[in-house]
Design a protein around this ligand. Structure first.
Ligand code: SF4
Length: 388
């Protein structure tokens, strides 16, 4: 039997055949909906006090769903509360400056989510009168809204029947039905969507959706599923065969390339740092970070030309690493510290409007990538020590 690991073309064909047979079997012998046992479990054990469960509007559900992608509930809660306090209505988000939105997102990572959130709010306000559409296709046509997020908005905020398939739901269904393979492969996700569709009930859809998400988050957890207390244990194929850890199948491993970059990390009395706003597209799009270069001499030359400071006055800062989905960044700061009246003499390579001095105390209220937040905290401490 093929498990996880690298997929060859033959393995995918084999898997497609397996899934086709499983689908055929299920179409002739449809399993009972798990809603019948999940809903009573939810009434007793489900989470009913999460911030986005109060005043469940499409806007509030949508923001929570976007934040919860790739991020745990416990991490999301304070960000969500801060976001909602600052931007309580979709109109507030649509009219907010991009820097403010990215600042509210700083620390959550995956900043494309925040930029899409902003674009989507503008589209809903400018073209749809500030009201989210109530059908799946129209919701999915909006920026950053995929099939599962659209399903969550419809089921949780409108209490209308629509399946969802987020990470927790994928895990529950993959184990319950022993669906082989990595859900990132279309053939596997199609099977999981079919099961999600099948199990979603006609009544109490919002509760069912919350119930299956809660089960995945609190009971059918990634590493230690609590099968003894799980309401689905009687029908769960993975649990009955002791193969819980095999589902869902893991992503096939691939080599992550390393990209080296040099950053001009320039501080100025009293406790200021020069940052550049990145172009909207690309890595860290729309966020502020030190100017970046492909090699050290390019960074030193730019400092010399832009600040009139000789390259020999630069010194090496502490390198840091950051892992993106597709590559690993190794960043080497090229440090220089300037007098209080230092200005930029020329702007070789970057627009002047994209470069700005920010105070390190308090930290800048703009969107910052997580490693740059840590870098600025270190610089802030150094600058404090320098002035003491
Ligand atoms: S029985 Fe275990 S593996 Fe199956 S759904 Fe419940 S917690 Fe997950």
């Amino acid at each position: 039997m093929i498990r996880h690991g690298r997929y060859t073309k033959g393995a995918i064909v084999y898997k497609e055949t397996q899934h086709f047979i499983a689908k055929l079997y299920h179409s002739m012998n449809p399993p009972q909906s798990i809603a019948n046992v999940l809903l009573p479990w939810f009434d007793q054990h489900g989470r009913k006090d999460l911030p986005w469960q109060h005043d469940r509007t499409p806007y509030r559900v949508w923001v929570s769903e976007i934040m919860l992608q790739q991020t745990q509930v416990g991490t999301v809660i304070p960000f969500y509360q801060r976001f909602m306090a600052a931007l309580p209505r979709i109109e507030d988000l649509a009219t907010a400056p991009e820097d403010s939105v990215l600042h509210l997102w700083t620390g959550l990572g995956y900043y494309a989510r925040a930029r899409n959130l902003h674009r989507c709010a503008k589209t809903v306000c400018d073209q749809l009168g500030g009201v989210f559409p109530s059908d799946l296709a129209a919701l999915q046509a909006l920026p950053g809204i995929g099939r599962s997020t659209a399903g969550a908005i419809i089921s949780l905020a409108m209490n209308r029947r629509a399946p969802i398939l987020d990470g927790n739901v994928k895990r529950v269904l993959a184990r319950y039905h022993a669906v082989e393979g990595w859900p990132g492969h279309r053939v596997v996700s199609d099977v999981l969507w079919d099961f999600a569709e099948h199990h979603t009930p006609l009544a109490r859809v919002a509760d069912y959706t919350q119930a299956i998400m809660d089960l995945g988050a609190t009971c059918c957890t990634r590493s230690r599923p609590a099968c003894d207390t799980c309401p689905l244990s009687a029908g769960c194929v993975a649990a009955s065969s002791g193969r819980q850890s095999e589902f869902p199948g893991r992503k096939p491993p691939k080599d992550t390339p390393t990209r080296e970059r040099w950053m001009a990390v320039i501080t100025r009395n009293p406790s200021e740092v020069l940052l550049q706003k990145r172009p909207t597209s690309g890595i860290w799009g729309g966020l502020w970070a030190p100017p970046e270069f492909a090699d050290e001499s390019a960074a030193r030359n730019w400092i010399a030309k832009s600040l009139g400071i000789p390259a020999r006055d630069c010194f090496a800062g502490t390198p840091f690493q950051h892992t993106f989905t597709h590559f690993k960044l190794e960043a080497y700061p090229v440090r220089v510290h300037c007098a209080a009246n230092q200005t930029l003499s020329t702007t070789v390579q970057f627009d002047v409007e994209d470069l700005q001095w920010f105070s390190l105390h308090p930290a800048p209220a703009v969107g910052l990538p997580a490693p740059i937040v840590r870098l600025l905290a270190r610089l802030g401490t150094e600058e404090k020590e320098r002035s003491d």
